[in-house]
Design a protein around this ligand. Structure first.
Ligand code: FE
Length: 255
């Protein structure tokens, strides 16, 4: 398995803090059948700034450690950028990293409780650079939960989305689990990744999520997600089913 979203590089953000943390996470990943991880430190989320060159160097160093420790896992460079106005300028200035440096896919994180007004314009600008934005964990954005059509519209404009494994397994509560499943059912998400930060509260849960996807939606859906993860790291085109609107359950009041 490939895990596209993981905070395994130590000392860069709120993920692994020490090299021991990184190695513990690596062993846990391998035990779940993960052979490749895209390391995606937070960037410009108000707390952390992690630019392209530093991330690439840290990935090389961690791969050397993994070889020394005989852990059969490959780390690829990535970045999780919070949406911000200067992202295109920073991309042109070499501060922004596409996933595995293919020049194709960019992870974009929205703030947790809103979708900024400039989102659509910025998405357009990102696409004009020849990049495909992937919105990470839309299932945890309270504005999107409230109005899923916002996401439907962005997907119709060519955005991809990544749902979090532990959202599907219930780590963030029943509401987010249910909404994650609705996103899959309506073809509003295209890949699953762990967003693991550690091996306690924010663990991988990739095996558990994979089992759930294949039992609920069939093995074909799981293969689709896995093939898309492979397409992302190779810079190939992802497969998409036609997105549908999530039908809101009508409140049954007195008529
Ligand atoms: Fe993340």
């Amino acid at each position: 398995m490939i895990d596209l979203h993981c905070h395994i590089l130590h000392g860069m953000d709120d993920g692994a803090q020490t090299i021991e943390d990184s190695l513990h996470m690596a062993k846990q990943a391998v035990s779940e059948g993960i052979h490749t991880i895209v390391a995606t430190p937070h960037h410009k989320n108000g707390k952390y700034i992690n630019e392209k060159n530093e991330i690439i160097q840290r990935v090389e160093r961690l791969n050397t450690y993994l070889l020394q420790e005989n852990i059969p896992l490959t780390i690829l460079p990535g970045q999780e950028s919070r949406i911000y106005g200067e992202i295109i300028k920073d991309y042109q200035n070499g501060k922004i990293l596409t996933l595995n440096q293919t020049g194709k896919y960019l992870f974009i994180e929205l703030p947790s409780s809103q979708v900024p007004n400039f989102t659509e314009k910025l998405i357009y600008d990102i696409q004009s650079e020849g990049l495909t934005p992937i919105i990470v964990h839309p299932e945890r954005n309270s504005r999107i939960i409230e109005d899923p059509d916002i996401l439907y519209n962005l997907i119709n404009k060519g955005v991809l989305t990544q749902v979090t494994a532990s959202s599907l397994t219930g780590r963030f509560g029943k509401k987010i689990k249910k909404f994650s499943m609705e996103l899959i059912e309506a073809n509003l998400t295209h890949m699953v990744a762990s967003d693991a930060h550690n091996i306690s509260g924010r663990n991988f849960h990739m095996q558990e999520a994979s089992d759930l996807i294949s039992s609920e939606y069939g093995i074909d859906m799981l293969y689709l997600f896995q093939e898309n993860a492979d397409a992302v790291i190779n810079g190939n085109v992802c497969f998409k089913h036609t997105p549908e609107k999530i039908k809101k359950k009508k409140f049954l009041g007195i008529f």
